[in-house]
Ligand binder design. Structure first.
Ligand SMILES: [Zn+2]
Length: 135
């Protein structure tokens, strides 16, 4: 096979339709792998810092905290920045922080039963109280 300067080094020249078909098949496979990974992470357990009991990640409500940054200078507007993840143990009501775990936070967030965004300390306290009322 003769290779021209416009060919990639290791792949034979493909037409656009063939490349598009390959991209679509690869995206489908990648999507399935992400779903499989999410289900696998969801079957793992988090250990409560308060009572040491375990809860499956797929049953946890993930509390995504956000902290407020006030406006700065002439052009800087205010903003909310995502912070750490938290969860309330359904067995004892303890608020556990999610960091330094075996899985990354995004994986836990994707696999959790629900994700609740909290904005500021009072909002977090209100949502924690709502979850504790169900314990
Ligand atoms: Zn607990």
């Amino acid at each position: 096979m003769k290779v021209s300067e416009t060919d990639t080094l290791f792949l034979p020249r493909m037409d656009v339709a063939s490349i598009d078909k390959e991209i679509k098949a690869t995206e489908l496979k990648l999507s399935r792998l992400h779903k499989d990974r999410g289900r696998a992470v969801g079957r793992k357990y988090l250990t409560c810092t308060g009572c040491a009991k375990k809860t499956q990640i797929q049953k946890v409500i993930f509390l995504q905290t956000h902290h407020y940054t006030p406006p700065r200078g002439c052009t800087g507007g205010d903003s909310w920045t995502p912070g750490e993840g938290n969860w309330v143990c359904s067995k004892c009501g303890y608020l556990s922080r999610l960091y330094d775990r075996d899985f990354d936070l995004c994986a836990i967030q994707d696999a959790a039963d629900e994700v609740w965004d909290t904005h500021g300390v009072k909002d977090l306290a209100d949502k924690v109280e709502e979850l504790r009322s169900k314990v």
